[in-house]
Design a protein around this ligand. Sequence first.
Ligand SMILES: Nc1ncnc2c1ncn2[C@@H]1O[C@H](COP(=O)(O)OP(=O)(O)OP(=O)(O)O)[C@@H](O)[C@H]1O
Ligand SMILES: [Mg+2]
Length: 242
Amino acid sequence: MLSIKEVSKHFDSLTAIKDVSFRIKKGAIVGLVGPNGAGKSTLLNVVSGVYPPTSGSIIFNGLDITNLSPNKVCKLGIAKTFQLVHSFPELSAFQNVLVGALFGNSEKISMEEAREKAEQNLDSVGYPLDKINYPVKNLNVVELKRVQLARALATDPKLLLLDEVTTGLNPKESKDAIALIQKIRDSGITILMVEHVMRVIMNVSDSIVVLHHGEKIAEGTPAEIAADEKVINSYLGEKAYM
Ligand SMILES: Nc1ncnc2c1ncn2[C@@H]1O[C@H](COP(=O)(O)OP(=O)(O)OP(=O)(O)O)[C@@H](O)[C@H]1O
Ligand SMILES: [Mg+2]
């Protein structure tokens, strides 16, 4: 479904991503991990069109999307949540998701249908419906993450890019989040997710890609990654809570 080919991204003299290639099969959950500053968010931003890559290409369902705008990429079926919550702070939870339903999709949709879709998506991610009209600036982090997820889902993505949606959750909440991610995949959506919590990534991913200083240092099943010396030395070694 997605092929990332020798993608690099420089910010002035800084190389955030260097020659990264991997593929994502339809229906898979792929985990993207690595230390702080490894280039994970940058890679998601390049795939979703937020930044053009400095070099390399991105092919989505046979289509070269390398230099498309985020809006076009979204309409083709790739939605992303942001690591930092980028919602519209004064708008309500409902309105934030409505924006996704109205503008993120390639199909024409009536206001009535969009409203229904926004509410359904908020409900399906476990957002408390009695808070649907709260401005998002008043929400806690768990609620905000749910709004983001609902907004991304309201665009009817084929591929969902998740940037640390379970970070900051307690064990019960992260268990719920794993179940939710699996439910989303079972509904036919392919997932590429960045996550620091290894318990989550190991449980939920079909395969894992490890970045370090912008380069891919390993790719494999969770078991292969957990046993990979390079990964242990550069990343997992510091994860005492694994
Ligand atoms: N817009 C930008 N302008 C300049 N440098 C940037 C920009 N975005 C990211 N970087 C730099 O690129 C490198 C990779 O950052 P990135 O945010 O992709 O890492 P990350 O793996 O997501 O880290 P974290 O786990 O902390 O979220 C870092 O050195 C960062 O400072
Ligand atoms: Mg990041």
